[in-house]
Design a protein around this ligand. Structure first.
Ligand SMILES: C[S@@+](CC[C@H](N)C(=O)[O-])C[C@H]1O[C@@H](n2cnc3c(N)ncnc32)[C@H](O)[C@@H]1O
Length: 369
């Protein structure tokens, strides 16, 4: 009996050893892919029509051959690029088209390469602060993440540029929002970051007026500058804390449509922020909250394909940022059940939870008062 138990235990250990090997390789690959993405090596390789030497790839990317050669070793053994040898000792590399379609800047909404940067970026910003948080329970100030808004802007651009106007908006409220936007309504993007989504909408719907709100000055400056560069006369921006808007009469009943893309779960006072949205909406107004598709109950996320990644992003950024000033610290994986409960508590009478064909990782909470 004990021998059988020992065999089972050895088998399980061997299985977990295999899993650990995958984990170590996966973590290493994420880091290396982040560097390759940053230096546009995938984009460069996508442009080649035949396998190339490290020298040719490095030259086209404007990078050091020795670094690129080492990086290619990681990419080849990690099965990201394909290695072949024509002359002994001289390897050639190419990026298969099917991989490029998920890794390069031209991949648009399918671009997963951009996300490879996320854990390395958050780690370089906040490893020590998050580590301290394990002991103290304190949050981590947003100022510890100086590169976050630019990165978020990059993600937003990959996510929204091909999708927002042509696919997302026409689906909202069975096409009625599209018609209203064409005629002209008042729209607020709450937690707009660098304004990527809002500027796209303002350009597409010149009869509507848009106000982007965020509590981060630098992000608002960038959003405003981009709007000016594009010549948008219907896009304005202001710095404000979403939690305080419900106490400001200037915002009462002011909007026909409010949207918040990934902008509620990071907030220190999300209950108050949702209360603000309720008071900001005019009669018949709509609120689109786009947030992560996950279950609130951790045990129900066992089959979520990106759960460890998303919980880690949350641990390294969303949760500690939301814990500041004794904040709620919901974290990115707060889940649909908690989200619906909070939306209803805030005063929304109807909350529809909709999945989106173009984005399997987010849910659209379409809310009415
Ligand atoms: C994850 S980012 C999303 C940005 C943008 N919506 C997008 O999709 O690119 C969350 C945004 O919420 C903003 N934010 C966090 N707390 C806020 C608050 N209390 N009031 C207003 N904005 C807030 C952050 O500054 C950040 O720009």
């Amino acid at each position: 009996m004990d021998e059988v138990a020992d065999d089972v235990s050895v088998g399980k250990q061997a299985q977990f050893s295999q899993r650990m090997t995958e984990i170590l390789n996966g973590g290493a690959l994420t880091l290396a892919m982040a560097l390759g993405y940053k230096h546009r090596i995938f984009d460069v390789m996508e442009g080649f029509d035949a396998p190339a030497t490290p020298g040719k790839i490095a030259e086209a990317a404007g990078l050091s051959v020795r670094y690129v050669q080492e990086w290619l070793g990681i990419m080849a053994t990690g099965r990201i690029v394909v290695i072949s040898t024509h002359t002994p000792g001289e390897a050639l590399y190419h990026l298969p088209r099917e991989h490029a379609a998920l890794l390069t800047r031209s991949a648009g909404n399918a671009n997963l390469g951009v996300y490879a940067q996320e854990i390395p970026l958050l780690t370089s910003c906040a490893m020590e602060a998050v580590s301290s948080g394990f002991v103290t329970g304190d949050g981590v100030p947003f100022s510890r993440y100086p590169d976050f808004q630019a990165f978020m802007g990059e993600i937003s651009d990959a996510r929204h540029r091909q999708i927002l106007v042509d696919q997302f908006i026409p689906c909202v409220d069975d096409g009625r929002l599209l018609e209203r936007l064409k005629k002209g309504i008042r729209v607020c993007d709450l937690g707009c970051g660098e304004g990527v989504a809002m500027n796209l909408l303002a350009e597409a719907f010149p009869n509507s007026r848009f106000l982007g709100i965020d509590n981060h000055d630098a992000a608002i400056d960038k959003a405003r500058n981009d709007a000016e560069k594009t010549g948008l006369v219907n896009a304005e921006y202001c710095v404000a804390d979403a939690a305080t808007l419900k106490d400001d009469p200037r915002f009462d009943n002011r909007f026909d449509y409010v949207m918040a893309f990934d902008a509620i779960h990071d907030q220190t006072r999300p209950h108050e922020a949702l209360g603000s949205v309720v008071s900001m909406l005019a009669k018949g107004g709509l609120f689109s909250m786009i947030d992560i598709d996950a279950a609130t109950d951790q045990a129900a996320n066992m089959d979520h394909p990106l759960a460890p990644f998303m919980y880690t992003v949350s641990l390294m950024h969303c949760m500690p940022v939301g814990l500041n000033n004794k904040g709620a610290g919901l974290g990115m994986m707060w889940g649909r059940e908690k989200a619906v409960a909070m939306l209803e508590q805030a005063g929304f009478d109807r909350v529809e939870v909709l999945s989106m064909d173009h984005d399997p990782y987010h849910l659209h909470f379409l809310c009415r008062t």
